[in-house]
Design a protein. Structure first.
Length: 313
């Protein structure tokens, strides 16, 4: 169902892939056809839309302006298709999600499985990124929903919800620290530590605490993967730092124990934001999934608060 000039579709594909050839593969057409459509569009606009550099093709200033218009046009088309499909009682479309890695352990698998059980013609694409990259992907129109540690977000994005989860140490079930209820960073540093690299938001949450210490031993391991860090902790390699969102299965199997961090009597919070593009009206199937996501994270937040009732919000 194409209601718009092929040039718009081809421009969108080149913008997403950064390459004429990659766009042609995505569209299943010849590279020459893509080149002709881009040239035609540039002639109509009266200005170059792309410039070539070491990373491939990137948008010019005029190209950026056109890209915002094209994203709105194509996303409005998705919503129109959804509205038409809903008249027959069915939903048909794709929900695109950009999220941080901790959501992939149980939150997203549970939600996607549940949603697919009720709406088989709704498909999903999910990309795991760092928090800042999640927001950038959403701004570029490469995702419908972004889930990231709360950062200062650009004005073209809207924060749908903000949920707070305690940051804590995760250790193997037989680790000496596992017998405690909470733990301080100093206690953790008496053992080998698995630190997050700077591209993960956990690194930035911990840095102010580390800066307060008189002595900070070198970490045994540094990684940019939440999954790798929790698996290493479960094997007794060291102490890792995460929220409870990413350790459900290992925690239920008693392979990992979560110990909330105590910073001079205060908890350490990790704020999780759910984002969409500010000016966009989502298709019905995407809005439905978004509301399920908000409810699920809200329920997990409430369960964590119930588990630590002594902590004031």
């Amino acid at each position: 169902m194409r209601f718009h000039s092929p040039a718009i579709q081809y421009f969108h594909a080149v913008r997403r892939t950064g390459s004429i050839r990659a766009a042609a593969r995505l569209l299943n057409v010849a590279s020459s056809a893509v080149s002709r459509q881009i040239l035609k569009l540039e002639q109509e606009v009266g200005s170059p839309l792309f410039e070539r550099n070491a990373r491939g093709l990137t948008l010019t200033t005029v190209g950026e302006m056109l890209a915002r218009h094209v994203m709105n046009v194509l996303q409005d088309l998705d919503r129109f298709r959804s509205d038409v499909a809903s008249l027959s009682g069915t939903w048909h479309g794709t929900v695109s999600i950009a999220c941080i890695e901790s959501l992939t352990e149980s939150v997203l698998p549970d939600l996607i499985a549940s949603h697919r059980g009720r709406a088989r013609r709704v498909s999903f694409t999910t990309e795991v990124k760092g928090s800042s990259d999640v927001l950038e992907a959403l701004s570029r129109g490469e995702a419908d929903i972004g889930i990231a540690m709360a950062l200062r977000h650009p004005p073209d994005l809207r924060q749908v919800a903000l949920k707070r989860f305690r940051l804590g140490a995760v250790v193997a079930g037989d680790h000496p620290l596992a017998r405690g209820k909470t733990v301080t960073l100093t206690q953790c540093l008496a053992f080998p530590v698995i630190h997050a690299l700077p591209e993960l938001s956990i690194y930035h949450l911990l840095q102010p605490l580390i800066a307060q210490l008189s002595e900070t031993p070198e970490p045994a391991i540094q990684a940019n993967s939440i999954d790798l860090m929790r698996e290493l902790a479960a094997r007794g390699v060291g102490v890792a730092f995460q929220t409870q969102l990413g350790i459900g299965r290992l925690s239920r199997d008693s392979r990992l124990v979560f110990l909330p961090l105590d910073n001079a009597g205060s908890p350490v919070w990790s704020d999780l934001g759910i984002y969409v593009r500010a000016e966009r009206t989502l298709p019905a199937y995407t809005e439905s999934f978004l509301q399920e996501l908000v409810r699920e994270l809200g329920e997990r937040e409430r369960r964590e608060n119930a588990a630590y009732p002594q902590v004031a919000r």
